[in-house]
Design a protein around this ligand. Sequence first.
Ligand code: ADP
Ligand code: MG
Length: 767
Amino acid sequence: MGSVKEGEVRERLLRPILRELQDGARDRVVVGGLEGLVRNLARPFPKLLDLFQGYGEKDPEARKKVLEEALRILQDGQEKAPPPGPKPRLKPQDPAHLLAPPQSRKKLSELGLHTVRDVLHHYPRRYEDRRALPGVRYLEDGQKATLSVKVLAKELVRTPKKGMQLVQVKAMDAWGWRLALVWFNQPWVLSQIEEGATLIVTGRVQRRNGVQLLVEHFEDEGTESLSTGRIVPIYPAKEGVGQAFLRRTVHRALEMALPLPDPVEPYREGLALMPYSQALRAIHFPEDEEALKKALLRLKFDEYLLLELKALLDAGGVVLGRAFRVEEAWVEAFKKALPFPLTRAQERVMAEIAQDMQSPRQMARLLQGDVGSGKTVVAAFALYLAAMNGAQGALMAPTEILARQHFQNLTRYLFPLGVRVELLLGSTPAREREAILARLRSGEAQVAVGTHALIQEGVEFQDLGLAVVDEEHRFGVLQRRALLKMAKTPPDVLVMSATPIPRSLALTLYGDLEVSVLDEMPPGRTPVKTKVLPHRLRLQAYAFAREEIKKGHQVFVVAPAIEESELDLKAATLLYEELQGLLPEARIALLHGKMPAREKEAVMEAFRQGAYDLLVSTTVIEVGVDIPRATLIIVENAERFGLAQLHQLRGRVGRGGLPGYAIFLAGEASQKTMKRLKVLEASTDGFYIAEMDLKLRGPGELRGTRQSGYPELRLGDLAEDTEVIERARALAKAIVEEDPDLSLPKHQALKEELRAQAERIGFREVI
Ligand code: ADP
Ligand code: MG
């Protein structure tokens, strides 16, 4: 740029001119005379060229005049030079193509980079440390290396024997050591390389006659040093969109759009977070590892904060509900009426719930616990507290079987305490239904257990104070809300889930819910004995099934559901027929994905009542159903399931005091698969297993999360981030509590980010 050149020239002229003045204008400062120097340099200052004409021939007095005039011109020029002030600016919402030459518009939109903000948040996939690239001298034979070299000569060589084409480039490193770069059968490379250019090359080293590098990847360093001498970002890219191009574009975005207002400025110092603009710079072009780490933490925090804020705002923020009374005597009475002492985990979670219910805020709590950890008792406790306050409670389950089971258990716990529980199902006969509805309307019935039937037309509560939803992921948020609408003031909400979701995932999936965990099993339960077998030993599994059936026990056989339901049906039918051949004496039932829900429930119910010995299913059946005589579960192609899911499946057996067994058949017995499945042999802790699953497979694979619109995170890593998420969540809650619609001036930057990133982060519907 002209002004840079001008500044440089001025610097280089000023010093000798000043020295010449001090020296008495004797023209001895510059070898060959000052005029020569000026002629060489002063092109940006044409006046100087005239001025110095014949300088050497002048007398010192005349020379001094020339020198003073020259100083005036140079300094004058300096004053007139444009002030360093405002650089051209772009706003985050400006189109991205303003950052790149017109012909590269398409490249950006192909990567989904439509705005300057998109470019700023197009984070590197990884980094390469090119701060100190090795010299040719130290390369070892066979080593893979990246280095910066200057191109000396290039040629295309045809090998006579194999008809191969080699691009050979003679190059030199910064220390003058030579090497040859070689590309096999990529003749077009030749035209992409220019003599004299500096390349960053990566490849395999060969030390034979001299040093050769078999090039796998190369970049033209170009004029800017974005690709070398630093920690270099490697971006998610596409065919035809080069790294160097992306680096330049991102760099320009940083130059032209920063600084940006920091969305969490009012809270930033308290949270010890790196400033926003600094973090954006550092995530792309980090000075060092430390800066990168801090930038990553900062931007992850933002990602989770926005997620949590979105969840809270969608849920209507922190809602005022009703404050229930909780008396110590009631708690005691409840415990006394139970046939067993509570586990410590149950006690803890019940205290958390009691506290929520006492608070004037609406309770919104997720109760997680493995199958059999005793969630129903906890739900009964909450329903009891509501009843003691004169309010009603509802418990909604995804299937009739589960609703029936809850009804039986709740009646068992609550009837002795004088609480009346009703059961309302789709199949409830009309006359009975009318009677139940009347008792709910009048308030005579305090608790209603049921399926979707609870949220149908005609159901009306006198005063619904507590809504319990079992197996939430089967409903989704819409049904949850429908149930809440049955209440006049916002009721407290307890969501129960047996899916052991790692805490970090629960916090993001259910951003609007507090999480309680029953992490302890009631005593006396023997863990389900688990064995992973390779496919070739599968007949052993069925031999064992025969033994169990002989003892009068029942067996589940599960095969993974296949997407196309035609195939699903075929797989199920084949397995069913095969097992009939293998176990001719057994009574076998079949459950598959194509059956209507009602029919499935009928088969389940018949199995529960002992009409069958073995149930083949290709669909995931209710995890919560108690079938006391079921002692063995065999899972075919277990590798196609998530660990958490397998863990849930084995929770179906050994629930009636009989020892339970699980056999997982690995259809594909690679080391990786076996290692993953063996986690189940080693542990019975559902949360540990879910964490391992998350680490080994990634969150998208966890059951339910894909369908339920798990948000796509750019930087976040749910397997690692529990702590960051908790902090982001705490801040989100504080913000929403203080400023429910983000209208305060200090939250404007945050609101803007939220609006802009809502689509960008890719929120589909969060549960
Ligand atoms: P979940 O709903 O979490 O699967 P349940 O509430 O259905 O578990 O409880 C499973 C079984 O354990 C039930 O038979 C229940 O009576 C029993 N149970 C629950 N809590 C305890 C406890 N603290 N001690 C002994 N048994 C318990
Ligand atoms: Mg249960």
